[in-house]
Design a protein around this ligand. Sequence first.
Ligand SMILES: Cc1cc2nc3c(=O)[nH]c(=O)nc-3n(C[C@H](O)[C@H](O)[C@H](O)COP(=O)(O)O)c2cc1C
Length: 192
Amino acid sequence: MKVLAINGSHRKGSTLELLKITLGEIDSSIEKEIISLSDFEIGYCKLCGACKKNGGTCVLKDGFQEIAAKMTEADVIVVGSPVYFGSITGKLKSLFDRSRALRVSWSLKNKFCGALAVGATIHGGQEHTIQAIHGWALIHGMLVFGDTSPTAHFGCAAVVSQKDGKFEFNKGGIETAKSLGRHVNEIAGMLK
Ligand SMILES: Cc1cc2nc3c(=O)[nH]c(=O)nc-3n(C[C@H](O)[C@H](O)[C@H](O)COP(=O)(O)O)c2cc1C
């Protein structure tokens, strides 16, 4: 089993830290990788239609191909995003739009998808951000999971502040980040 975590932030900041907490809960026997979109160029899908005609290969040449290969290889994809105006970042949306090519071949179908969102404000749009990620996953035919018991809601929803250059997360944010990771262990157990 392979888990891919995607940091949808434009930088390596609080979202990456939380994703590391989530992956830290996942059993060491499970293969895990985190990628940050800040390391990749991702252009916009312009609806050229090539992927529809060629069976699912995006013809734009940038960082998307590498990410697409990683997503295709993974069994579980955990997508994290900072809340930007109540939703996901523009770069993550670009990745989602480009992934239309993968939907032509249904390459992500029946993979598991969990979501993580972090914002600077309580009720700042974390759940809406998570639902944007879930919407993408559902449209690919993926199986969406949230954080497991005892928290068991939509995934990791965190509030962050910064003190002395360090990120500080609310208690619920840390708990749901961990719980999301534990849910991956439960899925792995079910699949055995
Ligand atoms: C353009 C922009 C819009 C933002 N909008 C929101 C928002 O709607 N709600 C919120 O709680 N935080 C908002 N924030 C704060 C970020 O979500 C927060 O700082 C987050 O921790 C950044 O994640 P990162 O450290 O991984 O980059 C916004 C930040 C930026 C730059």
